[in-house]
Ligand binder design. Sequence first.
Ligand SMILES: Nc1ncnc2c1ncn2[C@@H]1O[C@H](COP(=O)(O)OP(=O)(O)OP(=O)(O)O)[C@@H](O)[C@H]1O
Ligand SMILES: [Zn+2]
Length: 722
Amino acid sequence: MPETAATPSAPFEPCHWLAVAVPAPAHSALAQTLTYAHSAPLPAGTLVRAPLGQREVPGVVWGLADAPDAALAAHIKPLACAFTSLPPLDENWRQLIAFTARYYQRALGEVALAALPPQLRTLDEAQMARRLAKLAKQDAVAQGPATPAARPSPTPQQAAALAQIAQGAGPFLLHGVTGSGKTEVYMRAAEAVLAQDAAAQVLVLAPEINLTPQLQARLAARFAPLLGAGAVVAMHSGLTPAQRLSAWLAAHTQRARIVLGTRMAVLASMPALRLIVVDEEHDPSYKQQEGARYSARDLAVYRARLQGAKVILGSATPSLESWHASRPDGGKYQRLVMPSRVGSGAGAGAGGAAALPLVRRVDMSRQPRGTVIAAPLLQAITERVGRGEQSLILLNRRGWAPVLHCANCGWKSECPHCSAFRVFHRADRSLRCHHCGLAQPVPRACPACGNADITPIGRGTEQLEERLAALLQTARRPDGQPARIARMDADTTRLKGALAQQLAHVHDGSVDVLVGTQMIAKGHDFRRVTLVAALNPDTALFSSDFRAPERLFALLMQAAGRAGRDAAYSQASGQGSEMWVQTEYPAHPLFEALKRHDYPGFAASQLAERQAAGLPPYAHLALLRAESRTLPAAIAFLQDAAAALQADPALAHWAAHVTCYPAVPAAMQRLAGMERAQMLLESPRRAALQGLLAGWQAALHALRARHKAVLRWAIDVDPLSF
Ligand SMILES: Nc1ncnc2c1ncn2[C@@H]1O[C@H](COP(=O)(O)OP(=O)(O)OP(=O)(O)O)[C@@H](O)[C@H]1O
Ligand SMILES: [Zn+2]
């Protein structure tokens, strides 16, 4: 047996060679596995610690490695330790990780490690054994008496969807309007798989768990009594490292039966996974925006097929990709529809739609200049305050004003590091860049010319809250008290627990008018909201991002979906709910579709445009991104990359089906002092794009070594932002 060079005094003679996925820096091309020596032939999937350079890193055994020749063997290091108390990560998980790495063009070890809880990096074998023992003990105490929560009987639409889920193989796209009771369908579908298989595990993905504590509460109330308190776990980045580790261990050891998580949870080890739910599947936050830029929604579909699980993608406003994939003629997903709200009485059809809010457009081009809230909207809000109902006012801009401006010399509050203006926050009199975080006190005078009179332009939520308080000064609640106005945005919810507390205030009715950014539109089941207003949605109509209309429509539909959810209340009060839109373009087709609550119509028109323009879902995209201190350096790298692609005969086969567009500055060219450029690749054939990207890697790594000025580069497959 060869000795290892690294530890000549090692006490054992290594006799087995293992291929281990470690987070190795990608050198020449994508590093797959490194070979290590160990005294025993560990099974694939065993978690280990391995020396790497000067460090020791966690790794996953991928299999046995070929025996190296004697010269090489002398350089192979032994593993530091193996976590043999932990069951190995199974074949399905390894295949999921391998697919993710391959599809998103990242190193295997990087993806594997990103899928494991960070605390594993610091744990030793003894600590691991203790953690497992603790988990088992928690289990023993968690088994309480089973008193299942009362569950409503399914509506006919829910029953129909559930029947199809029970019979079909999926993947399923559940298109249910806001308030149609999708959550109940998820929970019943989960019950069904749990009834079929006593060990079954269910994964529920949500875009941002902290925005929907209600979902967590509903899942816990339904399943903890049946399965034990420890059987429902959450998995997201808001947890402490210790909490994340125990949630992961619980899922891996199958103690956790229901995992509610954000996108990262799609890569959790769940050996008995039988059902995946992707709630609000249209939400862009399912796409990871750094490192391995995976789409958790797309991986959920892959994983379900791999593991023989069912998958339900649910939304009132599905992504156009999923909608297209579920087209009745030839789509690969099965579309399930729930067109009416729970309690709307009339079942499917026009009667049911009556429970959705009436959409009213205010033509802002006919309002007096400087109007913040048009008189009829203000009147409608005042009336609601008077009836003890709630209103949500959506303005997708936080801070007091998006720009400060000097009328004398034209200075604007640009961020020195980003292609963006710094936003004026009046609460702490700061100028803050919402992209790089730079925060400075507001200057007393214009930094360019010294003029003392610098003025804010435009309006953010901070200012709106104050203006609204003035405008509603005379409004009175049923108890004679003045209206209570609150604001909810990234600024007011920064502190831990603040968001939950603010949501609770809306739920318990101690807020009459809530002003906020898009976070107030997401998934909440507020019972007393009968009016929602979007104040300034127009900028998105003219964005260069081809997905902007899709996003705006979804946002407005979801916002409208917060109104009038309590059918019994609406019926008793005799007052309908309303969604108001203040716009300069009231006749825009997007608003027309919104007025009709016509998602299918809107989707059809958008898809026709996408098809004509050769955009997703009719084409597959990838971006090569590069960042440098100077734009020309970033562009030069991309141009050389394109040249390498054209010059490589091995890639010609794929390149014939891929259009490579010229390198251009990113939409946000400068971010935190980095100049960003990108090059778009497009193909009608996914396989061609994949083949080309894989074959291009080696050249890109080699190029990067020559372009020292390029500080970062990355391939973004199926990009969502440009
Ligand atoms: N079968 C049922 N009988 C009575 N109430 C129900 C039933 N199903 C769901 N509900 C209630 O209807 C309300 C809306 O359900 P849910 O929040 O699941 O809607 P949703 O489809 O997820 O809406 P959104 O897309 O807006 O989040 C909830 O308060 C829920 O408790
Ligand atoms: Zn900045």
